[in-house]
Design a protein around this ligand. Structure first.
Ligand code: NAD
Length: 388
């Protein structure tokens, strides 16, 4: 019996399978693996999503992950996975410096690709990936999962229908504190060679994507400043490793059309755990969303009676809100992991009916252009134009 038929039996579904090969199986591997298992249970999809194979660097660890995450098997042989005609989608859930090589190999093998963010280490790499995806006529997605929090999708809907009027300002912060302690060991996240930049590529990448998704604004120029507070960390072998990425990275932005924005990404903001928060102000109102209260949207609209005005909180888990009806009765809230399930469900539908899926690699290129320009600005000083 082929693995594909095992896959169908495993899902108990008569739908055509969509077999996923997931490269990397740690933090994001767990989040993606969970999403693949949940997608068909909560969304009516045209394909049965099958967690098919985990690809790792160590067979034993990959097997343990496959078992825990509900994949059919594990391997360390990526080439064999790419040569397998039963593999439909390759999921890149590895550190940043491997995204380009793995995604390019998967695209050459004509697989659909879901890649973790940031798409690449440089704008040039990102452009290459986007171009190859188009040439191979496969579908691609980028895991900027926060777009698919119900409250974020609701905010995007309200901004698109003009509730806030023309957008004037974006105030965005992504604050964490897990590197505030100098004794936290070095990792790929503190090495420029492995990740490109620190809080910037990790956290500002999400803020830039969210800005684009929510407002449609095009970044015109940026002016950045960065700081590394701890310049070496324990290497786990009794020595110290150099830290050559930013702990904190702030930048100002000018958008086409005259809007302006401020951005702050940090991993040393004591007390802040995962404070991913955007406040967007337009001519007719403002909206604020914070991941730590992710089902809530704070809304202020000037059209409301003056004597009753003020920010009010909308719980975006009513059946009228995006994604909410797929889960529970009104007001029964969802969490971080649901954003990944939504991402998978939307991708499967787009794959089936040929509709657009965002964010894709073109969006990844646009985000990378902003990130690279801000890095250049932090190095050289002054505003730097964001390349098109
Ligand atoms: N969307 C989000 O909200 C979000 C959150 C965290 C991380 N990320 C992104 O996800 C990616 C992975 O981050 P993570 O937190 O899961 O990291 P992690 O360190 O927890 O896991 C990385 C995994 O990749 C494996 N790996 C490393 N190099 C590999 C290679 N060359 N080939 C195959 N496997 C390899 C490791 O063994 C491990 O299983 C990063 O690009 C990161 O920026 C995104």
């Amino acid at each position: 019996m082929s693995l594909s038929s095992v896959a169908n039996q495993a899902t108990g579904s008569s739908l055509p399978p969509l077999n996923i090969a997931m490269v990397g199986h740690a933090f994001m591997g767990r989040a993606h693996g969970n999403a693949y298992r949940q997608a068909n249970r909560f969304f009516d999809l045209p394909r049965a999503v099958v967690p098919y194979v985990v690809v790792g660097r160590d067979q034993e660890r990959a097997e343990a992950a496959a078992q825990k995450l509900g994949f059919l098997r594990a391997t360390t042989d990526l080439d064999a996975v790419l040569a397998d005609p039963d593999v439909h989608v390759v999921d890149v859930a590895t550190p940043n410096d491997s995204h380009h090589a793995i995604a390019m190999a998967a695209l050459r093998a004509k697989k659909h690709v879901l890649c973790e963010k940031p798409l690449a280490m440089t704008l040039a790499q990102a452009k290459e990936m986007a171009a190859l995806a188009k040439k191979q006529k496969v579908r691609v997605g980028l895991w900027h999962n926060y777009r698919r929090a119900p409250a974020v999708a609701q905010a995007a809907k309200m901004i698109a229908r003009g509730d806030l009027g023309a957008i004037r300002q974006v105030r965005a912060v992504y604050l964490q504190d897990w590197l505030a302690d100098a004794s936290v060991p070095a990792s790929w996240r503190t090495s420029r060679k492995a990740c490109g930049s620190g809080a910037h590529g990790d956290l500002n990448a999400h803020l830039v994507d969210l800005t684009r998704a929510l407002t449609g604004l095009q970044f015109e120029s940026v002016c950045g400043v960065q700081q590394t507070f701890t310049r070496q960390r324990p290497d786990g072998r009794g020595g110290m490793a150099k830290v050559d990425v930013d702990d904190a990275f702030l930048f100002l932005a000018r958008f086409q059309g005259g809007a302006i924005g401020s951005y702050e990404a940090t991993r040393v903001a004591q007390g802040r755990k995962n404070h991913n928060c955007l406040e967007i102000s337009g001519e007719k109102g403002s909206i604020r969303w914070n991941l730590e209260r992710m089902n809530e949207l704070e809304v202020f609209l000037v059209d409301e009676p003056r004597d009753a005005q003020g920010f009010r909180t909308v719980i975006c888990m009513d059946s009228v809100h995006p994604y909410a009806a797929n889960w529970w009765p009104d007001g029964h809230i969802v969490g971080y992991e649901h954003t990944f399930v939504h991402h998978v469900a939307d991708f499967v539908r787009a794959l089936h009916d040929g509709s657009a899926f965002a964010p894709n690699f073109d969006d990844g290129v646009a985000v990378q252009a902003v990130l690279d320009a801000a890095l250049q600005s932090a190095k050289d000083g002054g505003f730097v134009k964001v390349p098109r």
